[in-house]
Design a protein around this ligand. Structure first.
Ligand code: FES
Length: 162
């Protein structure tokens, strides 16, 4: 067992966990934060996306012990205009992917504002202030939505990014 201090949504909890426990399982099974979803559990769907020190990560691929002392934000800790924008633009249907979509989009907007290039903008000389629909789709391509609410998701992100 390894003792670690997980700081999630502003609250710190000391846990004693086997070192192989993923951050996703620590959140859901040890802290009861079930807003973060488990889809594929292998880094392919993005349902488990959370923010670690403001950076989006797939929590199913992260060991909890790697994030000892980091500032983790899950959907339960969000208070962001993007959440209402998702509702306005029908950026969800069943809602299973939504916690991951929200955390990913918030992290993505932070990446964009810091000037991190995407695969789209790496090839063209788009102005950095502008976040095109193609760039939103490329930057959000790690988050799958089986209901196909992609147009609403892009509309919501575009509104908040403007
Ligand atoms: Fe982590 Fe699918 S559950 S990427």
């Amino acid at each position: 067992m390894t003792e670690l201090r997980l700081r999630v949504n502003g609250a710190t909890t000391v846990l004693s966990l086997p070192p192989q426990v993923s951050l996703l399982d620590a959140l859901r099974e040890h802290l009861g934060l079930t807003g973060t979803k488990k889809g594929c559990d292998q880094g392919a769907c993005g349902a488990c996306t959370v923010l670690a020190d403001g950076v989006r990560i797939n929590s199913c691929l992260a060991l909890a012990v790697q994030y000892d002392g980091a500032e983790i934000t899950t959907v339960e800790g969000l208070d962001d205009p993007l959440q209402e924008a998702f509702v306005r633009h029908d950026g969800l249907q069943c809602g299973y992917c939504t916690p991951g979509q929200l955390c990913s989009a918030i992290g993505m907007l932070g990446e964009h504002r810091s000037g991190a290039p995407s695969a789209v903008t790496a090839d063209v000389s788009a102005p950095r202030a502008e976040l095109t629909d193609a760039e939103i789709r490329e930057r959000m391509s790690g988050n799958l939505c089986r209901c196909g609410a992609y147009n609403g998701i892009v509309d919501a992100i575009r509104e908040v990014a403007a």
